[in-house]
Design a protein around this ligand. Sequence first.
Ligand code: 6U4
Ligand code: NA
Ligand code: NA
Length: 156
Amino acid sequence: MVANKLLTLVLLRQAPRILLGMKKRGFGVGRWNGFGGKVEPGETIKAAARRELLEESCLVCNDLKEVGLLKFEFLGNPQIWEVHVFTSNNFEGEAKETEEMRPQWFEEKSIPFDQMWPDDILWFPHFLNGKKFSGYIVFEGMDKMVKYDVEEVESI
Ligand code: 6U4
Ligand code: NA
Ligand code: NA
């Protein structure tokens, strides 16, 4: 058995706006995304979420709440990616462009889903309604979802 790979994703929200970043390199390059990355050994998932947010946007957030859990299978790869989604409306600093991300605030009614991961449109509505959610999504390559199941949950 292959252990799941743990990742984080942070979506900061100050209604009616949400902060996304254009990924400048690596996995998901060219897509607007939340901020996040791989959990390091010995690190809690929340600490990783906070660290990746700081590294990628220069923002400090001590108030992250876990709102979603998304599992991704990529056909041909035995490792499941487990993406823990966090949010907050309370943070310090100003979003700055970094080597990895170009941050931009978007109106919640004009989120650029056509330039995001194709699964995002499935779970953003739950997120924007303030609900918790979980999902299992199977990708073929980076663009094609071959199967998905996303639902609201009471707790993560
Ligand atoms: P390095 O370059 O190793 O430092 P790191 O920042 O640790 O990378 P990265 O950026 O590759 O990790 O992590 C991938 C990011 O993409 C995580 O924040 C999770 C997010 N992500 C992955 N698949 C996604 C998907 N299908 N939909 C989505 N976000 C996804 O919205
Ligand atoms: Na990252
Ligand atoms: Na990283």
